[in-house]
Design a protein around this ligand. Structure first.
Ligand SMILES: NC(=O)c1ccc[n+]([C@@H]2O[C@H](COP(=O)([O-])OP(=O)(O)OC[C@H]3O[C@@H](n4cnc5c(N)ncnc54)[C@H](OP(=O)(O)O)[C@@H]3O)[C@@H](O)[C@H]2O)c1
Length: 263
């Protein structure tokens, strides 16, 4: 019997695409998202479509007590896990001074604290199974400071650094840590509207969550640890790495100001 794959932020967007991809490959799933977002229905749909066992758990993964309770729930049910997909994450675009302080705090809590603490809590369970791996979801934004993205790029840079470091620490114990860096995906209404405002540039650079999930899982299984899906996204990756950071930030500033309809 296969072990379970834990996917956070599974109710929509990229998390939903990961759920379909792992289920299609015959993995039993534990879906995690905030309460009242239809996880129950998604779990039933996946179970009947792919004939896999699907459990779900509703909780706020930015909160330490919720992470501890989730871990205890897995342990008491004696569930074996061998894949963790840390997908839950939030961001957005705004002039920094206009950003709501509580929202900034939520971005940091979920993207940084949630990812680190859930990983810390589940590593002992993952280590019980050979060939276990963690797939962390970062962003192409991890590779360049970006204006008007508030703390988001910095949180995704954290996920990149955290993942590469953990991989080096755990690979000899049989646990691999991979990180995927998607570009823009039309998932939630905010991102769809932003891509629409970008016009042809948005259409050219966007990739579907389904493509990203399939590419990421295939690459992780093939042994890649840093995964950048999509051709345009790859170009951005190299540009971010080799162009001067100030120049990239200035260019990005022009594009994002247009998106936000700032003068
Ligand atoms: N879309 C893009 O353009 C893009 C680009 C690069 C990277 N990414 C990254 O890809 C990941 C998924 O993004 P997405 O665009 O698919 O987002 P999304 O459509 O907004 O979905 C986010 C998911 O995370 C869940 N979630 C939010 N806050 C949570 C919390 N506190 N605890 C547990 N679950 C929570 C949401 O659950 P509810 O439905 O319950 O709210 C939802 O399932 C994120 O890490 C994001 O940073 C996205």
């Amino acid at each position: 019997m296969k072990n379970y794959t834990v996917i956070t932020g599974a109710s929509s967007g990229l998390g939903d695409a990961f759920a379909h991809e792992f289920a299609r490959r015959g993995h039993p799933l534990i879906l995690v998202s905030l309460p009242h977002e239809g996880l129950n229905g998604l779990a039933r749909q996946l179970a009947s479509r792919y004939a896999v066992r699907v459990l779900y758990y509703e909780a706020d993964m930015s909160q330490r007590p919720a992470i501890d309770e989730f871990t205890a729930w897995i342990e008491t049910q004696n569930i074996k896990i061998d894949i963790l997909v840390n997908n839950a994450g939030i961001g957005g675009s705004s002039a920094f001074q206009e950003a709501d302080a509580d929202y900034l705090d939520r971005i940091i809590q979920l993207n940084v604290r949630g990812t680190a603490l859930l990983t810390r809590a589940l590593i002992p369970l993952l280590l019980q199974n050979p060939h276990a791996y963690i797939l962390n979801v970062s962003s192409i934004a991890a590779f360049s400071p970006l204006p008007y993205k508030m703390v988001y790029p910095a949180t995704k840079a954290f996920i990149y650094s955290f993942s590469v470091g953990l991989h080096a620490e755990f690979r000899e114990r049989g646990l691999r840590v991979c990180v995927v860096h998607p570009g823009a995906m039309p998932t939630n209404p905010d991102i769809k509207a932003r891509l629409d405002r970008q016009g042809w540039l948005g259409r050219l650079s966007a990739t579907s969550p389904r493509y990203v999930a399939q590419h990421a899982v295939r690459a992780a299984l093939a042994g890649s640890t840093v995964i950048v899906p999509g051709f345009v996204n790859q170009l951005n990756y190299w540009a971010f790495r080799y162009l001067p950071r100030q120049a990239v930030a200035l260019l990005a500033s022009r594009v994002i100001r247009r998106e936000l309809a700032l003068a």
